[in-house]
Design a protein around this ligand. Sequence first.
Ligand SMILES: [Zn+2]
Length: 97
Amino acid sequence: MFIQRCKNCSKEFQWKTIINSIWSGYKPIECDNCKSKHYPKFIYRFIVALSIALPIFFSQFLYGIFKTYLFIILAYIIWVLVVVSIAPFYFRYYIKD
Ligand SMILES: [Zn+2]
């Protein structure tokens, strides 16, 4: 697991650049160095979306653990933050020809 480098000049992207891209709806990112535009690969968008949605499939089970909706919501917010913070380590972008 490592943060992707620019496909053009090999400069490493910053963690926060990718976080910003994900939070703003998977916006393309631009290399600081050579300005080439990188687009998110669909499969990783899918993985992030699926990870964020995952606890919803276990809501009955989670309700059994947390007992109250307040705790479920708090736990879910933490889950989403964790999912998004680790995403830059596997998320991959490509350059359009
Ligand atoms: Zn570059």
